[in-house]
Design a protein around this ligand. Sequence first.
Ligand SMILES: NC(=O)c1ccc[n+]([C@@H]2O[C@H](COP(=O)([O-])OP(=O)(O)OC[C@H]3O[C@@H](n4cnc5c(N)ncnc54)[C@H](O)[C@@H]3O)[C@@H](O)[C@H]2O)c1
Length: 341
Amino acid sequence: MISYGYSLHIQSAVYFSRSFDILNSISNYIVVYDQILNPQYIEHACAEAKLFVPWPSGESTKSLSSYAQLTTHLTPYVTRDTTLVAIGGGTIGDLCGFVAATLLRGIDWIFFPTTLLSQVDSSIGGKTGINCNDIKNIIGCFYPPKITVCHADFLKTLPIGQLQSGYVELLKHALMCDKQLFNDLDNHFKSLNDLYDVGKLEKFIEPSVRLKLKIIGNDFLEKNYSDRIFLNLGHTFGHGIETLSNFTIPHGIAVGIGIIIAYRYAIIQGLNSFDDLEKIIDHFNRLSLPISCTFSAQDMISVMSHDKKKNKDGIRVILPKGLGQGCVIQNLDSTILEKIM
Ligand SMILES: NC(=O)c1ccc[n+]([C@@H]2O[C@H](COP(=O)([O-])OP(=O)(O)OC[C@H]3O[C@@H](n4cnc5c(N)ncnc54)[C@H](O)[C@@H]3O)[C@@H](O)[C@H]2O)c1
C-alpha cells in the first residue's frame, strides 16, 4: 500500500491487490460501475452495497448531461457518510470523481480502476472532470479517491487496443522520468503478445504508480512550475488527435503518436538525438503501436488552440530531452509541425 495526500489534507492510499476486501471496512456505500463489466461479478464482490448503478463508459460519458443524469440518479441515496465506489476505466473514474467532489460538497470515493491506463495513470493524482464544448477536462477539480485499488484481474478481459493504450502511459512515465524503467520495459515487452501477460504488466504497475506519485508529490494542485508538467508528454498533440478522430483513437494510442511527434519536434529544436527516437520507434513497432496519423498540421493546430493547456503566448507543448528528461516550449511553431506531419 502507498499513501499520499495533498494540501487540503485528504489522505489517499493506493493498494495493489486482487481483492475487494477493503470494502468490508466501509459501512455505507453505493457502486457506480462500467456497464461493460459483468454485473454478477460486481454484485458479488460488493455484496454490502446499498445501490448498484451500471453506467456507460467512453469519452461521451464525461459530459454535462451524463454528469447531470448520474447526480440526479444518486441524490436520493446519498448522505454525508456515503462512499461512492467507482469501478471502471479512466472515463468512469473522471466522471465519478467529479460527482463525488460535488455531491453534498464532497463525499468520499473509492476507485477500482479496471483498465491499464486507469491503473497506471488516471487513478493517481486526483484529477477529476468532464469535457465541454469539445474541450477535454475543461470542467473539473482535484479530488483524489480516498482509496485506489489496482486489481490486476480486471486487465484479463481488456481488448488489445486498451492494453496498448494503457501501456503508452506507463511508457510515458519512463520516457520522461526514468531511463532505467524505459530500458526494463524495452527488455520485457518485446512483442504484442507480451501485453497479454497480466503477471508481467502487474510487475510494472507499482513502479509506474510510485514514479507518478513522486512527481506529483510536490505539486499536487499543478500550480507550481514543476516536473509534474512533464507527465503531459504527448498529451497536447494526443488530445488533438483524439478529438480529430472523434474519439475513435483511444486516449493512450493518441498520446503515443503525440509522443513520437514531440520527439521529432525536439530533434528539429536540437534537444534530442535520432538515436533515441529510433530506439523508441523500434519499441513502438514491436508492440504494433501507431507512430503517425493522417491529420494535417493545420487541423491539429486548430484543435490544439482550444486545449486547456494553451496559454496567452500560444500552444504549450512538452518536449523530451533525451531519455528520462523533459522541457517545456510555450509557443508551438506551426512551420515545424508542418514539416513533421
Ligand atoms: N484523471 C487523470 O489524471 C487522467 C489521466 C489520464 C487519462 N485520463 C482520462 O482517462 C480516459 C481514458 O481512460 P480509459 O482508457 O480507461 O477509458 P475508458 O474508461 O473509456 O475505458 C476504455 C474501454 O475499456 C472498456 N473497459 C473498461 N474496463 C474493462 C475491463 N476490465 N475489461 C474490458 N473492457 C473494459 C470500457 O468499457 C471502454 O470501452 C480519458 O478520458 C482521459 O482523459 C484521466
